[in-house]
Each structure stands twice: as C-alpha cells, then as structure tokens.
Write a protein that binds this ligand. Structure first.
Ligand code: SF4
Length: 323
C-alpha cells in the first residue's frame, strides 16, 4: 500500500524540551545549553519543541515550581506557597502533545526539571524538606503513561553511551514501526519486519530473541491487532536492554558465519580477530561492522542486507565509534 499524508516522514521525529532547543522559556527566562549528544541527535532527526509549563499558561519569567508529596501521590506546585497546583493541566498537556504529533517516536526530556525530568527529580514535603530524588517530572510521567512505547531520555542520561545507543535504536525502530502501520500492516509484513530486526534483538536481549520468534511464527493463529500489540511491546522492551560488547560480538560472529564460503581463510581470520579486538575493548564497534559490511557488499546476501543491526541509526551520530 502506498504511503499517505499520515505516513511519518523518512526522518524520525523526536520531541524535545523547548529550553534545550534554544528557546528562552525557563522560569528565569534562560535557555538550557544542549550537550554534544543532544546537538548531534538534533542534526540527524527531525525535532519538535514543547514546553509544558508555557503550554499550561505559565509565562516567562514565572515563579519556580517543584514536586511535593509522597512517592505515589506527587503533585507539581509553586515553590513559595505550595498552593498553586499544575499537575492536572500538565498531564493534560502531555496527552495533547501526543495527539498533535502522533508521528513522535521519541522524546528528549530535561534533566532535573519537575515537569520534564526523567528519573531522579527532587521531591519535597509539604513543609519544604527535600525527601528524595526519585521521581519523573509530571510531563514526562504523563507521556510515559499515555504512550508506554515512546522512548524517553533526558539530556543528562544521554551522556551514557549505553543509554544513548538504546534511545536512538528504539526511536528509529518505533519510527520504522509507525511507517509500517501507516502503510498497511498485514501478518506477512509483520513477519518481514521482524525478520529484519532479528539480529538487533539478539544483540540487546537474547531471551526476547527466543520468545519473539515463536510469537511471529504463530502470526496466522492470532488476530492481527492482538499480534501487533504483543509484538511491538515485546520488541521495544527488548531494545530497552543495553547491548554489550559480549552480545554485539555474539551477533557479529553469527553474521560472519554467513561469509564462511565466500571469503578466504585469511579474510575470515582477520574478521574474527577484529571482532575479538572489539570484544576486548581494543577497537570500537564501527570497526568490525564496517569490515562486515565491506564483505557483504562484495558478497551480497539479501537476508543479511536487510538486517537493521548493520544500520540501526544514522552513522553520523557516531554512536558506534566509542571505544
Ligand atoms: S518545562 Fe520543560 S521545556 Fe519548559 S523550560 Fe522547563 S524543562 Fe524546559
């Protein structure tokens, strides 16, 4: 089926905290400087900026707000009096954002913000004592509840290479899935989709690799909608696990196995040595992946060429260049 106007564009669309996108919308009228990883992601994905505090009518400058209450009943209120409660309005704004931008396939949140923080946001008692740093911001939490599949990270957490890799991987996968759904989902197309993701799933979580195969193999026995829901939840959960040097190496050796009849013994040994160098931390992942791609360019294999593992996100992000 042909793509239509509801089909997401070829570049994934991410939401981003407006202050991180260069807009002077913080309570004190400032922006927040994005780190190099946020900047790189912004260059290679489409982004759309939202500020929930501005979105519910708070202006600039505005009195600061904070999270107050017990861990399971937190509210977002003004710091000075705790009497102005913005919780319901910010939660409603999050749902509105997802309705306005159904193509969103990830969201870059803002570290520490009572609205936009993701994990470890400070929580206070009614009398203003710091109780713990154990919360998501109210906007972030409402996004997660409204769309549990939406990959979320904040700018601080994107400094971590494993979290960064998982985030961009999931954002691209969710984008890919939305394009598939928009262009017409069938059991056959779902099977094709999973076939392309097999080795990426193996790199992130072998138990999911083992359970997704039988789920998809039974595609004809389940109603399509039920199958699709189970499948995409399981896929996104699998990609949330961090891929490690060990798990990546395991996949690389599997892929190298497809070349055993088409490259020479010295080429095989060189490839195996590079994978081992990667496994022991001598070279970044991009090195053995590039050699593998080079061999598959000379010895095409339709099954391997389709594997998302070889190109899960734009190379320009340099996610695989970290030693
Ligand atoms: S509400 Fe979010 S986007 Fe707006 S200034 Fe605060 S952290 Fe930035």
């Amino acid at each position: 089926m042909a793509a239509n106007e509801h089909t997401p564009s070829p570049r994934p669309l991410l939401g981003i905290g407006s202050c991180l996108a260069g807009n002077a919308v913080r309570y004190n009228g400032e922006t927040k400087k994005p780190n190099e990883y946020v900047r790189a992601i912004g260059e290679h994905f489409d982004t759309r900026a939202f500020c929930p505090e501005m979105g519910v009518g708070l202006g600039v400058p505005r009195p600061p707000i904070r999270l107050v209450g017990s861990a399971d009943a937190v509210r977002i209120v003004d710091v000075k009096t705790h009497s102005h409660d913005y919780t319901d309005a910010i939660q409603a704004y999050a749902r509105q954002v997802l309705q306005q931008a159904p193509q969103l396939c990830g969201y870059i949140l803002v570290k520490g913000s009572p609205s936009c923080g993701y994990g470890r946001v400070k929580r206070y008692s009614q009398d203003g004592q710091h109780l713990a740093s154990d919360q998501n911001g109210v906007f972030a939490d409402a996004l997660a509840q409204a769309d549990p599949l939406l990959p979320l990270e904040d700018d601080g957490r994107l400094n971590d290479p494993g979290l960064r890799e998982s985030f961009v991987t999931r954002a691209c996968a969710y984008h890919d899935w939305k394009r598939l759904v928009a262009t017409g989902l069938t059991a056959h197309r779902l099977i094709d989709f999973y076939t392309r993701y097999k080795y990426l799933v193996m790199a992130h979580h072998v138990p999911s690799y083992k359970s997704l195969g039988p789920l998809v193999a039974n595609a004809a026995k389940l109603p399509l909608e039920k199958l699709a829901t189970q499948f995409i939840h399981a896929l996104m959960a699998a990609l949330t696990y961090r891929a490690t040097r060990r798990s990546h190496s395991n996949v690389l050796f599997h892929l190298a196995g497809y070349l055993k009849r088409s490259i020479t013994t010295p080429q095989r040994q060189r490839l195996a040595a590079l994978i081992e160098d990667y496994r022991t931390g001598q070279v970044p992942l991009i090195v053995p992946v590039t050699l593998l791609k080079h061999h598959f360019a000379d010895n095409p294999n339709a099954y391997i060429d389709g594997q998302v593992f070889l190109d899960p996100y734009p190379d320009e992000l340099r996610v695989r260049n970290v030693v």
